[in-house]
Design a protein around this ligand. Sequence first.
Ligand code: SF4
Length: 277
Amino acid sequence: MNEKHILGISGGRDSAALAVYMQHFHPEIEMEYFFTDTGKELPEVMSFLGKLEGFLGKPIHALNPDRDFDFWLAEYNHFLPSPRTRWCTRQLKLRPMEKWLEKDLANGTIVHSYVAIRADEPQREGHQSTHSNMHVHFPLRDAGIDRKGVIDLLERFGVGQPDYYQWRSRSGCTFCFYQQKIEWVELHDRHRDKFDEAVAYEKTAHEHGSPFTWSQGESLLEIVEPERQAQIREDYAKRLARLRSKQRRNPLAALITEDVDDVYGANQDTACDVCSR
Ligand code: SF4
């Protein structure tokens, strides 16, 4: 019986840690690593993938969608994707993976898919198997590896964390609608071309009658108005100070990092499970 073992790398720390874990603790498994490239990735993600490839000593296959974001945007009448209509994940992330596995699954190959759900996320289900020949595994969860364990693994093996964690909680598209306002402000500062591209998409959507903006309640240009920017930065600084003071009062519960999500207390449901593990 043919078997195939696959591990999707998102550019985030959990999937990277899973790859490191599998390579170190299960070298007997002939793993195939893949990355579904939306074509709208942060430069920090691409450089981290290069670093990870170096560590793994294997290529991470880029699965490029046959049709890009612009094609699908036009198909969806220029309505921007949103948490309620996440056509982007379906068309740019899931579809390329399904196409990649289509032949193998059809010819009876058993596909083992390793998914980076941690031990401290019992409520998460991860990618469910969509085919009887597909078996999904959660090695981090099974080994009791939590968020701290993930960071320890990456540090211990010298891979480190992607640089974007300094200002953004997750990988995924530059214009992902799951971003907090402060992340848009940072995108504006750090990757002006990507920010401008997101503005252009928003403008086209508006011209086609879409009422939606990338960020709820205001356009990107409104977000980066000097007064609004200052307000967003101030709000972030206050929340961060609150978080740090809480940690000082309870050092046992102290976080080892302070992601934007920690500061805003983002519910895990608001994260893109498929794109940003
Ligand atoms: S990262 Fe965000 S915008 Fe990109 S595919 Fe995932 S949900 Fe959609």
